[in-house]
Ligand binder design. Structure first.
Ligand code: ZN
Length: 132
């Protein structure tokens, strides 16, 4: 089952400017910055009060994410739920007819992750994450 909302992914055109905006406007603090070539992004995890973190995503040039940014512009990209066991959740959801992007969990930034198709979740891209 879902334990909590882990983070909210936000697509941005310029990571440094976006970090400064969230710091200045909302008092967010940078936890870490990482480049993840497999996902075509440079990311910053920001903590903000006691709730879910924010994950700012700047696409790397020529990546699929760059195309998404070009097509849809900046804004909300995904919501990530923290779960005990990603693969168990995937089989439960697919048994309910939910369309998955990842049929199996794979290594992500902080553990095993998988994405669920927004088509099945009312237009929201959902990421499941199992911390290691
Ligand atoms: Zn994420």
């Amino acid at each position: 089952m879902v334990k909590k909302v882990d983070h909210i992914g936000i697509l941005v055109g310029n990571l440094d400017e976006a970090i400064k905006l969230y710091e200045d406007c909302f008092g967010a603090e940078v936890d870490r910055i990482e480049t993840v070539p497999e996902q075509g992004v440079k990311t910053a995890i920001l903590s903000l009060g006691q709730g879910a973190n924010l994950e700012l995503l700047e696409p790397l040039p020529g990546s699929n994410m760059a195309k998404v940014l070009e097509k849809r512009g900046e804004g909300l990209h995904h919501i990530t739920f923290d779960v005990d066991n990603v693969d168990k959740e995937l089989s439960r959801l697919s048994g309910r007819g939910i369309e998955l992007i990842d049929k199996k969990s794979r290594p992500g930034l902080e553990g095993m992750v998988a994405f669920i198709h927004p088509k099945s979740i009312r237009g929201v891209l959902v990421e499941l994450c199992q911390k290691i």
